[in-house]
Design a protein around this ligand. Sequence first.
Ligand code: SF4
Length: 357
Amino acid sequence: MLTRAPASCPHDDASPRHDWTPREATALYQLPFNDLLFRAASVHRACFDPNKVQKSRLLSIKTGGCAEDCGYCSQSAHHPSGLKASKLMEVERVLSEARKAKAGGATRYCMGAAWREPKARDMDAIVAMVEGVKAMGMETCMTLGMLTDEDIGRLKHAGLDYYNHNIDTSERYYSEIIKTRTFADRLDTLARVREAGMKVCSGGIVGMGETADDRVDMLVTLANLEEHPESVPINMLIAIPGTPLENTTPIDPIEFVRTIAVARIMMPRSFVRLSAGRTEMTDELQALCFFAGANSIFVGDTLLTADNPGEDKDAALFRRLGIEGLESEHDRHTTGHAQGEEAPAGRSGCNGHARSA
Ligand code: SF4
């Protein structure tokens, strides 16, 4: 069984670009399915070991009662989803959960809080969580909403590895889904996090009633950022009762795979995470997504609030597919990226504020 990819990155598509046009991206999205998958899988093999998948664990450190009105989210105070709001979790409890995640094989611990932005009074606890998880030898990721420059400085100083902040969908469709903030707000926070030197996790949700053009435009926005997000979570909407999107028609699974494949081609060195919605996917659909270039998942029974396949189920699927968990950054990809090239994108982070979880 092949477990290592070639030790170079020879494929023409494997060099990161930041000048994608919607027309080019649409042409990719519309390729005959087999051609698209072949191209995406070729890029994947050129840049990563195609049989290794990174595993992250996600914890909701503050659930529900969020002031934002994201149409997909059960945690918004605007939607009668029945979810009970809770206060920020105690630091010791977060660290105890993180220890269990590490024992279960997670290499990254992602913590999400249902906030528009953190309050100054919460930052001491947030910093202690980051420091405590890092001290266990795991990578850290936070998703806390919008940040002030002071928050960013404190998170960076605490050693936060990744900040998750998803753009959710296209700029055009954004206001159909979220009215309490703008697409530009999102990009502004992302730019300031990046400028501070933290790694970025940013992706979106598909199956929210958007068009294929919206999916393509979302990927163009991500791919044309100054640096590609190290992690690109692609979520399939979980239509949660009580949210405005509860009756949305599910996306055609083939369109979902196309989205993954185009993300892989346009951001060749990023980890593309198969995120929310896996409980609704067949093993065969997940296998197609891995073939199309997805190489990261969340493990554990729950995401923030939504169900996720249990670790036994994932382990069985990995066995059937001959996939192994990625153990560390050092076995994350093929080697051979020349000095001076754009640094390989890092690993996937948490998927907190851009999921239907
Ligand atoms: S996705 Fe995040 S920001 Fe939006 S309502 Fe849910 S918790 Fe709040």
